[in-house]
Write a protein that binds this ligand. Sequence first.
Ligand SMILES: *[C@@H]1O[C@H](CO)[C@@H](O)[C@H](O)[C@H]1NC(C)=O
Ligand SMILES: *[C@@H]1O[C@H](CO)[C@@H](O)[C@H](O)[C@H]1NC(C)=O
Ligand SMILES: *[C@@H]1O[C@H](CO)[C@@H](O)[C@H](O)[C@H]1NC(C)=O
Ligand SMILES: *[C@@H]1O[C@H](CO)[C@@H](O)[C@H](O)[C@H]1NC(C)=O
Ligand SMILES: *[C@@H]1O[C@H](CO)[C@@H](O)[C@H](O)[C@H]1NC(C)=O
Ligand SMILES: *[C@@H]1O[C@H](CO)[C@@H](O)[C@H](O)[C@H]1NC(C)=O
Length: 610
Amino acid sequence: MRFEIGTAAAIAAAWAPLVNAAPQGAEPAAPNNFWEARGREGSYTFTSMTSTRYATPLPRTKPVTTYMPAASMSAIMPSGVKTTTWNKNDASASDWNNPYGQAEWNRRWATFMPNVSISTASITTTVQPTPVPSSSLIMPPPAGFSYSDGAKAKDYTFPKDFIVGAASSANQIEGAIQDEGRTPSVLDYFNFLPQASDYITDWNYYLYKEDIARLAAMGIPYYSFSISWTRILPFAAAGTPVNKEGIDHYNDLINTCLEYGVKPIVTIVHADEPYEFIMDGGNVSRAYFSTNSGAANNTFVDSYVYYSSILFSHFADRVPIWITINEPFYESGNLEGMYNFLEAHTQVYDLYKSMGGKGMMSYKNADNFGVPLDINNKDDIAATNRYQDYLLGIMSNPTWLGKDVPESVTSTCTNESRPLSPETLARYKGKSDFYAVDPYTATFVFPPDGGIDACAKDPNHSLWPNCVNTTSISENNWEIGFYSNDYPYLTPKYFRAFMNYIWETYQPKAIVVSEFGFPVYAESTAPLASQLNDLPRSLYYDAFLTEILNCIHEDGINIIGAIGWSMLDNWEFGSYDQHFGMQVVDRSTLKRYYKRSFFDFIDFFHSHGL
Ligand SMILES: *[C@@H]1O[C@H](CO)[C@@H](O)[C@H](O)[C@H]1NC(C)=O
Ligand SMILES: *[C@@H]1O[C@H](CO)[C@@H](O)[C@H](O)[C@H]1NC(C)=O
Ligand SMILES: *[C@@H]1O[C@H](CO)[C@@H](O)[C@H](O)[C@H]1NC(C)=O
Ligand SMILES: *[C@@H]1O[C@H](CO)[C@@H](O)[C@H](O)[C@H]1NC(C)=O
Ligand SMILES: *[C@@H]1O[C@H](CO)[C@@H](O)[C@H](O)[C@H]1NC(C)=O
Ligand SMILES: *[C@@H]1O[C@H](CO)[C@@H](O)[C@H](O)[C@H]1NC(C)=O
């Protein structure tokens, strides 16, 4: 249909029924006399548009569940492990006879990051939390519109045990990268110049108690964070000594969570693999899936299992949910790295369960959900399945289906592919308690110029090895969703389709939306008060959470949790301008402020049965 410009009389006739219609239940108005018929008082009384509701803090109840018996925790500890400390101010150490001594520790920093001066904030010890003032906890005024208004989902409720949380990761929030024995991670290295450094970021290493108190005051029941491998094991590899200060730190972090009634979700490694694994540099450039974080190093699997057993032996009694690896595809570097991740995850899962671990465990899949550019074009559909094969299938086929890595991968990355034996596949199958996925947004997929097959044969092709092209513009020139400051678009309908895709394709027992969030366009350039009134982020959460309810109630998908990224604005891999946070952090004072989206996020759950 096209709109035509009509005559004034025709337009008036078309609009007349609307202009003249009286609201239902009102006295019928005299024709053309509607405004008069309503009557006027001659005076006006203002009503309050602002809220007087407050966020509901968590009850301060200590959990009673023990997730691993003490005897198992000591049994899981590898034998002969030494525990020690290192000191960044001991530059003249000469204990070279000790491969893990202070001199070697100093050399890690000197050779990995030569001539870099690592800045610090003035706070250098753990800060006791200040109670969050109630003036910070006043709910924002109603947004005025909502994605779920009018939809059936308005009346749907979440299951009683639904996991509601906010997420962070060590390298993105901690800062203090050289303090208390830590050595460099691949992230410190890849991003140290010329991008913004991660030396301070949110200084959460010393302010974690404050951050946990703020989550509890907001009523957020789960906190998903990661542990920094190089704080626990400065020399990374199997058999190397444990850093006492790192253990003490995370012990206190977990205990602080429990003290405030917040349940910890612990990620074992989140993009910050030890630099040690790529230190000889030889294999760093072999990175055609993503950045090479050292997963392809042939010492990786044993080292990861050792590191995990150190974590379990110290923390497993108090942690209900473990994430082994964050977004493997984006950390593996290459197919060898993915094989190592599969093996490492499976060994750690088996270790945990065999020692009586009662918590849940999974790795966290990355994805922008691929959608065929033209759903009637079989080449676009083939390209989309291939896109998903790479991002999800390499790990998900073995874990959930007991099937080998997809053929679209093995027939392309031929020099690194090897068939997984039936015994190996049987061992991998079912080693995950839920399907964790980070479905931030959707993207259209189609084949490259010249087709998939030609690209797959040519490792020099710019799109090799995935060999699919992507775009955010649909065939009829509409953007896929509302835009942001970065790659996520607001794409709730595709999100629901994605949950169905995972449910059908990999048939998991349950799905946890382990990260989702939205970087509001240009937020970092706005004044503080405007940053706090982050309506697009609220709309994002409102829309995605509504679709989660639709998935549960209309599609029968067992979604058991939703964890917002992020707890607060942070270091987004070389940038402080990509704001995904539900709190602002003042970069000079380090003071935290709640944004409206945090209130709206938690309020959505409260208004849907939790
Ligand atoms: C570090 O600084 C020293 C002294 O200025 C210089 O000789 C050396 O080349 C620098 N090293 C690197 C890797 O930049
Ligand atoms: C692999 O990791 C080990 C530490 O476990 C390290 O000594 C070695 O240099 C690493 N290899 C490469 C290629 O970086
Ligand atoms: C496999 O081939 C790819 C593409 O040429 C290359 O980047 C990679 O380094 C190769 N892997 C090995 C182990 O040689
Ligand atoms: C580097 O890559 C080659 C080729 O895959 C592999 O044989 C070698 O073990 C790797 N080096 C390390 C230290 O992992
Ligand atoms: C990917 O698609 C864009 C159009 O969106 C096109 O300009 C470009 O040439 C394509 N790239 C390849 C390698 O096919
Ligand atoms: C890829 O590029 C390299 C360097 O330009 C060249 O030597 C090699 O033959 C190319 N490989 C293929 C398969 O075209």
